[in-house]
Design a protein around this ligand. Structure first.
Ligand code: BTN
Length: 272
């Protein structure tokens, strides 16, 4: 692998041709550069874009992550994708988990040890390779649209991340030692997103819960969760039927956590 990542643009013709029949991915809006694909997708949803419409940009000037964080989005290195879903807002927290299963499956097709970290991260060797950000937009019609933004670090060199992320972030190329064909990865991801979406529509989150849990490697581990107020420490039991994290505290009581940042504290060692 050379030190310089490939600079090819995504092959939108291939993505449009192969995505045409997919429930998520049938319509592609492509930008060489934009502020955030989630912002573009929200505008499109307000203009009536159908469920399954996707927005992809080669670069984002204001890529955003959860909890007001910035998402590094240099040109033609990674995948920055948003998908429009029309739905009752109540389902939003579990969407990130459902779509995370698809991201996990796609990444595993390249790197076998990808793991899911509740609520929205995909890790390789304990470093973050992908995240999902779901946002809700209320349309004039009163209908709600969920905009699910997915960022996957594909061809970033570690030194291209902000310094504070050098020990915490990775890319599929850095993890596998080979440059990634971004178009092939995007095609695979759209297929997996559509597959999990069909399963979710037919069976709800419970239809995907076992797979989510099998892709997460810290069931049974001791974690600490910062939910913005209380700090909760306990052993991870799994997920409930709506995707909330269940944690057993030392006093035997069970905490049900819907939002928060989780840290594994029982000697979880980076594998690289
Ligand atoms: C996170 O882990 O905090 C979520 C990161 C989500 C990043 C993606 S990149 C495509 C979409 N557009 C954005 O501005 N954010 C999401």
């Amino acid at each position: 692998m050379t030190a310089t990542p490939p600079e090819d643009p995504l092959d939108t013709q291939r993505l449009r041709r192969d995505g045409a029949a997919l429930p998520l991915g049938h319509t592609l809006h492509y930008f060489e550069d934009t502020d955030s694909t989630n912002t573009r997708a929200t505008e499109l949803a307000r203009q009536g874009a159908a469920e399954g419409t996707i927005v992809i940009a080669e670069a984002q000037s204001k890529g955003r992550g959860r909890l007001g964080r910035t998402w590094s989005s240099p040109a033609r290195r990674n995948l920055y994708l948003s998908v429009i879903i029309r739905s009752p807002a109540a389902a939003t927290p579990e969407f990130a988990l459902v779509l995370g299963v698809a991201v996990g499956r796609a990444i595993r097709a390249w790197a076998a040890d990808a793991k899911l970290k509740w609520p929205n991260d995909v890790l390789i060797g304990n470093r973050k390779v992908s995240g999902v950000l779901t946002e809700v937009a209320r349309l004039d019609t009163g209908i709600l649209a969920v905009i699910a933004g997915i960022g996957v670090n594909l061809n970033m060199n570690i030194d291209e991340f902000p310094t504070e992320l050098h020990a915490k972030a990775t890319s599929l190329a850095a993890a596998t030692g080979a440059w990634i064909d971004r178009t092939a990865f995007t095609q695979r991801l759209l297929i997996e997103l559509s597959n999990v979406w069909i399963k979710y529509r037919d069976g709800g989150f419970v239809a995907l819960r076992a797979e989510w849990e099998s892709l997460a490697d810290w069931i049974g581990r001791t974690v600490e969760i910062d939910d913005g107020g209380e700090r909760i420490r306990g052993q991870v039991l799994g997920l409930d039927e709506g995707g909330a994290l269940l944690v057993r505290r030392a006093d035997g009581s069970t905490a049900r956590i819907e939002v928060g940042d989780v840290t594994v504290v029982d000697g979880y060692a980076p594998r690289d």
